[in-house]
Design a protein around this ligand. Structure first.
Ligand SMILES: C[S@@+](CC[C@H](N)C(=O)[O-])C[C@H]1O[C@@H](n2cnc3c(N)ncnc32)[C@H](O)[C@@H]1O
Length: 385
């Protein structure tokens, strides 16, 4: 057969090419087509039924028409303009320096020591452009970790597409790290967590970078409801703002927290305000002006030692009474209180890495093994007697 092919008397079918490739241990695509391209990154892009942007925008318009309600964080990233304003904020000099300072090297070394040679899935929740998730993957690759997958979840189609493009650019294709992008609302994660399962057991490293956890209304409820499907030994990496003063001293907090004392650079404040108020301008007509107010609120805090900064907006309309909207939470944490709260939910504290002059921290937690059932313990103890 080889002689017939070589002398041009036969053009082999694909089946024959595949058999020959197998026998000579070469890539069948190369043998068939002479394609010199190395293996491309396999990418899958999935949507979930809950990521219904039309319904979400319609809910937002209802809130704006009513003149009161909560403009949840989800709405701010949903449309391409919101995503673009977020990207513009990421480029602001002081904000960019903060992002640059995230201690990924230290965290990835600690994670690598914990996971050993197990197959690993890095799962970025609210991954945005996936900058840090990609940083983790590349650090694992540098340690010669060979069985990795990158799983990204975000509600913004624009940011998720950008994340996929970034992954294509930053992960060397020959390292063959499969990429799964899921367009979804992480508040419903438990209903579609099966999408993130792999063939055989894989250690999950779940990350929430960019203070996403600190912006949740009920962050402990989020962990309880949406992360309970994760098996024992899974890791949770949270990127969080730290308290600027003890939560028990509100006057000190007001003085020292830059979000309350307006100490941020003016360009930072301008871009944050543009991003926050974007949905109001885009989805309601007749807006005359928007006034943003930030206030300390310790009632919203369930984690000991932490405090919350609430953001609200008063909106003057040309054709209707002034509207008042709740715009979101920014929580600041103290590590021992957070460790205690997460431990009560079955996540043991492993380590934390403060950064940017102790204003932020990366915190690592590990899912505890389930406690033995009571009946079984009693039986085991009885058998020992
Ligand atoms: C504060 S940004 C952080 C982005 C990214 N992790 C980073 O560090 O740059 C929050 C991210 O969470 C996403 N997000 C917000 N609400 C969400 C929701 N309900 N479900 C899924 N993603 C959401 C946003 O689209 C955005 O990408």
């Amino acid at each position: 057969m080889v002689m017939y092919i070589e002398t041009g008397q036969t053009i082999p079918g694909l089946e024959t090419v595949e058999k020959l490739a197998l026998a000579f241990k070469v890539d069948p695509r190369w043998l068939a087509y002479g394609n010199p391209e190395p293996e491309r990154l396999t990418t899958h892009f999935l949507g979930t039924p809950e990521s219904d942007a039309i319904q979400m925008i319609s809910d937002l318009q209802t809130i704006l028409r009513t003149g009161s309600g909560t403009i949840d964080d989800t709405y701010k990233y949903l449309d391409p303009l919101g995503a673009a304003q977020w990207c513009k904020l990421l480029e602001e000099r002081a904000f960019a320096a903060l992002i640059e300072a995230v201690p990924l090297q230290e965290a990835s070394a600690a994670i690598a020591a914990l996971v050993g040679r197990q197959p690993v899935d890095v799962l970025g929740l609210g991954a945005g452009t996936a900058r840090h998730e990609l940083g983790l993957i590349n650090r694992f690759l540098a340690r010669q970790h060979s069985d990795l997958r990158l799983l990204l979840l975000d509600v913004s189609q624009s940011l998720l597409s950008m994340a996929a493009r970034n992954a294509m650019a930053r992960i060397p294709p020959q390292r063959n790290v499969p990429l799964l992008c899921v367009l979804g609302n992480f508040h419903f994660l438990s209903t579609y967590s099966y999408l993130f399962e792999g063939q055989g057991p894989r250690c999950k490293v779940v990350s929430m970078f960019g203070y996403t956890f600190a912006n949740l209304e009920d962050e402990l409820g989020f962990v309880e409801k949406n992360l309970s499907w994760l098996p024992a030994d899974s890791l949770l990496l949270l990127d969080l703002p730290m308290v600027f003063a003890p939560a028990a001293s509100p006057s000190e907090v007001a003085q020292r927290d830059p979000a309350l004392s307006e100490q941020r650079p003016s360009e930072w404040r301008h871009r944050v305000e543009e991003f926050l108020t974007g949905p109001i301008h885009r989805y309601s007509g007749g807006v005359l002006d928007v006034t943003i107010t930030k206030a300390l609120d310790n009632r919203a805090t369930t984690v000991p030692g932490s405090y919350t900064i609430n953001t609200s907006a008063s909106v003057r309309f040309a054709d209707r009474p002034t509207g008042h909207f709740f715009m979101g939470y920014t929580k600041r944490y103290e590590v021992t209180g957070l460790a205690k709260s997460l431990q009560a939910l079955g996540w043991n504290f492993v380590f934390h890495w403060p950064y940017a002059s102790n204003t932020n921290m990366l915190c690592l937690f590990q899912r505890a093994k389930p406690a033995p059932k009571r009946g079984r313990t009693a039986k085991a103890q009885a058998s020992l007697k």
